[in-house]
Write a protein that binds this ligand. Sequence first.
Ligand SMILES: *[C@@H]1O[C@H](CO)[C@@H](O)[C@H](O)[C@H]1NC(C)=O
Ligand SMILES: *[C@@H]1O[C@H](CO)[C@@H](O)[C@H](O)[C@H]1NC(C)=O
Ligand SMILES: *[C@@H]1O[C@H](CO)[C@@H](O)[C@H](O)[C@H]1NC(C)=O
Ligand SMILES: *[C@@H]1O[C@H](CO)[C@@H](O)[C@H](O)[C@H]1NC(C)=O
Ligand SMILES: *[C@@H]1O[C@H](CO)[C@@H](O)[C@H](O)[C@H]1NC(C)=O
Ligand SMILES: *[C@@H]1O[C@H](CO)[C@@H](O)[C@H](O)[C@H]1NC(C)=O
Ligand SMILES: *[C@@H]1O[C@H](CO)[C@@H](O)[C@H](O)[C@H]1NC(C)=O
Ligand SMILES: *[C@@H]1O[C@H](CO)[C@@H](O)[C@H](O)[C@H]1NC(C)=O
Length: 603
Amino acid sequence: MEKKATWLVIHPSALLIAFILKQFLINSTNADVFLWPIPQSISWGIGPPIIISSNLNISSPRQMDLNRAVVYYRELILSEKWLPVQASANPTSLPSTEAATNYSLNLIQIKVEDISADLQYGVNESYSLIVPDQGGTATLETVTIWGAIRGLETFSQLIRVPSGKSEGESIIEHGVAIHDEPKFAHRGLLLDTSRNFYPVKDILRTIRALGHNKMNVFHWHITDSQSFPLSLASEPLLAAKGSYGERYIYSQKDVAKIVRYGRSFGVRIVPEIDTPGHTASWGVAYPEIVVCNNQFWVPPGVAWVDRFANEPGPGQLNPLNPKTYEVYKNVVDDLANMFPDTFFHAGGDEIKAGCWKNSTDIQKFLQENHTLDEALTRFINTTRSFLTSHNKTTVYWADVITSTVAKVDPSLLPPSSTILQNWDAGSEGTKSLVQKGYPVIASDVDWFYLDCGFGNWMTNNTNLDQDFNDDPGNTFNWAPQGRGAGTGGSWCAPYKSWSRIYDHDITANMTSEEAKLVIGAEVSLWGEQADGAVVDSRLWPRTAALGESMWSGNRDAEGRKRSGEANDRMNDWRFRLLGRGIAAEPLQPLWCLKNPHQCDFVQ
Ligand SMILES: *[C@@H]1O[C@H](CO)[C@@H](O)[C@H](O)[C@H]1NC(C)=O
Ligand SMILES: *[C@@H]1O[C@H](CO)[C@@H](O)[C@H](O)[C@H]1NC(C)=O
Ligand SMILES: *[C@@H]1O[C@H](CO)[C@@H](O)[C@H](O)[C@H]1NC(C)=O
Ligand SMILES: *[C@@H]1O[C@H](CO)[C@@H](O)[C@H](O)[C@H]1NC(C)=O
Ligand SMILES: *[C@@H]1O[C@H](CO)[C@@H](O)[C@H](O)[C@H]1NC(C)=O
Ligand SMILES: *[C@@H]1O[C@H](CO)[C@@H](O)[C@H](O)[C@H]1NC(C)=O
Ligand SMILES: *[C@@H]1O[C@H](CO)[C@@H](O)[C@H](O)[C@H]1NC(C)=O
Ligand SMILES: *[C@@H]1O[C@H](CO)[C@@H](O)[C@H](O)[C@H]1NC(C)=O
């Protein structure tokens, strides 16, 4: 789990190349090239532009995932014809290709040290990309094929057409030497396919967009209380009865396709089957293993604190029924075959006491002087052994050890094979978890939740009948005691803007030893108000902000926050994503992109 959070990159070969190129530009960006995420170390030459040969060849070792990536990137490099939308703040007079010498680039030679290293947590993603001043052959040297895929992405972003031309030959402005690797090993997105359904094509496009941002984890929150959209060989009834219907089920073939597609972009697919809470959908097939299902979420006469779930659709697995474990084990055995990743997210969040106490079994258990902590412990300890028998590293929401309703004794969750994901305790929460020795994934709601700020979705709220000025302090909120009163009813408003995501330091206030345990972060798109139709604009370009902060950080070489500098690159990247078929939302009026710094805010 050990992972250096930050390190200085002074690469001996970078200095050598810089010497060969006779100039080491301190600026890491070239005026007319906008890279995202910005590499950790880049030095440009000063020669004339190099034309990208229309017969560009990419030679690489034979490896299926890499070969798929090569086919994809070669096509992208030759067809993209990128002309930046963002105007340069420091324009250089880019020589037209006619004026240039006949330097052209014919080959990218990929050399991989170890083609057998699998796509798993912590795999080496570093790469060195060198484009000689005179063109010819570019070399991309990496430790693993996954680093080669990162390098191909960077190469694709270096290419553009000369200003004033929208077609014809693509160029790279000068020779360049790039040495790059990520700061954090885990750079992800959580997508929830239970509340609403995302067709497979939308999931594939999302994974491709993650790859473009050098992000490497698709945390697939597959099931929840609302639907069970995954078809399983040993438990076919779960999807047959618990999904929204035949059209809303992922087949085993779909999963295989998603996993394979992820590999060609270096994106791990980490499945989450959230239990024992969030499981009403299991109860359609197996009512006997789920408690408090088929009830209204806040039954009449039941106090708010005793409600059965945090949102409509209550149901929690019964930890006292042996049948629960039979079904769970079948589910895990099937998923272990479908998902090669060593991480398995087993949920564990938001147990509601009111729900479990609605079961006569559990009422009796408590009368026998047992506790809800013991009930959860029995469930987690038993189900975890099913996962560890498949050599899985178990990931849980931090609730499993921090909840005041039901928690597990941490001694049963060894940090060597357990990762905790923090969502609701802020940076201090992440810190308290690493202080207990756990590797942690940061996904703090106040910074990283992409579903916030979209208003109320509960019905029969009489506030909805009013002509409302939504000022702070009103109670137009489906959860009056919850976060965000006066926020149009969004439980976690405000909307998290790209710069809010970008500027958040997930290791703030930690010692360097503590910081090493923070393995990375995820932004989360919960699915109550999102599906395939809007997924691109919900995710992009905000998810890209996390992509860069996790890859090369959010600070410049002097340690200052750099969202100002990042803005131009981010703007151009948004348009480039559009060109690549990702319907990312605009961040500013186009006027600001055409008039650099005219939109600056001056106090
Ligand atoms: C690409 O380059 C490799 C290595 O130099 C060579 O073996 C191969 O024939 C080339 N392919 C094409 C289509 O030029
Ligand atoms: C990846 O490999 C490079 C080159 O050998 C090395 O400098 C770097 O420390 C490695 N990174 C990790 C995370 O192992
Ligand atoms: C479960 O909750 C419902 C709604 O409050 C109630 O009518 C029922 O009696 C409860 N069942 C048990 C076993 O507590
Ligand atoms: C539960 O604890 C109470 C108080 O300590 C005791 O009176 C009772 O006998 C216990 N019940 C059982 C079933 O152990
Ligand atoms: C946890 O499970 C293991 C078997 O996997 C068992 O040996 C141990 O007794 C259990 N501990 C508790 C507290 O249930
Ligand atoms: C788990 O890992 C051990 C040790 O590497 C290995 O012997 C065993 O076959 C693995 N089991 C599974 C199910 O992969
Ligand atoms: C760091 O600690 C200070 C002082 O306790 C606190 O004000 C600040 O909010 C913390 N920063 C983060 C990002 O949690
Ligand atoms: C929701 O509104 C309808 C129509 O006013 C009403 O009949 C129903 O009882 C309401 N439901 C609840 C749970 O309040």
